[in-house]
Design a binder for this molecule. Structure first.
Ligand code: HEC
Length: 182
């Protein structure tokens, strides 16, 4: 039995050292201009969701989703997030395929996660990706306003839909047409 466990430990050590050597000799790619393989994408996303489930506080949005706050959210989103996640004029981001992993288009495919999850992603960012943490750049209020916009994107009040149309020249997404499954 003792020999068996020793064997297991030696095998694990060899594997760990092998992976380290592999990395130190430069075999791991560093380029961001590639699409992550399907399996890697699935595993990473499942791990990300599980980690957020475990770490994110279940806070409720203190900002009411009224017209003013949603319009503020639109301005904040356009200034800070559109570059990577697509602007409200619904044109794809020019950087959409330049990250590894790529940023999701939050306008054509708004997140259906609870607001505490969206807020946590904005506040703390996503490690090992291009998604920054915004807590040192935006106020809590502003992060909640963007959260409100993202979670109400497909059910905005009529006045906010009009504001969107006059500002960006297109209608906001409604969720009826062409919504792809995650
Ligand atoms: C420099 C590019 C960049 C900017 C700017 C940026 N993001 Fe991201 N964001 C990313 C990338 C890349 C990912 C994908 C991370 C992943 O696949 O795990 C991401 C992921 C996300 C997610 C999904 C997290 C999840 O749970 O899967 C949300 C929500 C998000 N960003 C919101 C925002 C908001 C809101 C802003 C503006 C305040 C913003 N991002 C600004 C690059 C960016």
């Amino acid at each position: 039995m003792g020999k068996f466990f020793l064997g297991v430990i030696v095998t694990l050590l060899v594997l760990a050292l092998g992976a380290l050597g592999f990395a130190m000799l430069g075999f791991f790619p560093t380029n961001a201009n590639a699409a992550p393989p399907h399996l890697e994408h699935r595993i990473a996303n499942t791990a990300l969701d599980a980690s957020m489930e475990r770490h994110a506080p279940r806070v409720t949005n203190p900002v009411p989703p009224n017209d003013q706050n949603l319009e503020d959210g639109m301005k904040l989103y356009s200034m800070n997030c559109a570059l990577c996640h697509g602007d409200l004029d619904r044109k794809p981001s020019s950087l959409a395929n330049s990250f590894y992993p790529p940023p999701p288009n939050l306008v054509s495919d708004p997140p259906d996660d609870p607001e505490w999850h969206i807020f946590y992603a904005i506040r703390t960012g996503v490690r090992y990706t291009g998604m920054p943490s915004w807590e040192k750049t935006l106020s809590e209020q502003d992060m909640w306003k963007i959260t409100s916009l993202l979670s109400h994107m497909e059910k905005l009040p009529p006045a906010v839909q009009d504001y969107w149309k006059t500002t960006f020249g297109v209608a906001p997404p409604t969720g009826d047409a062409g919504k792809d499954a995650h």
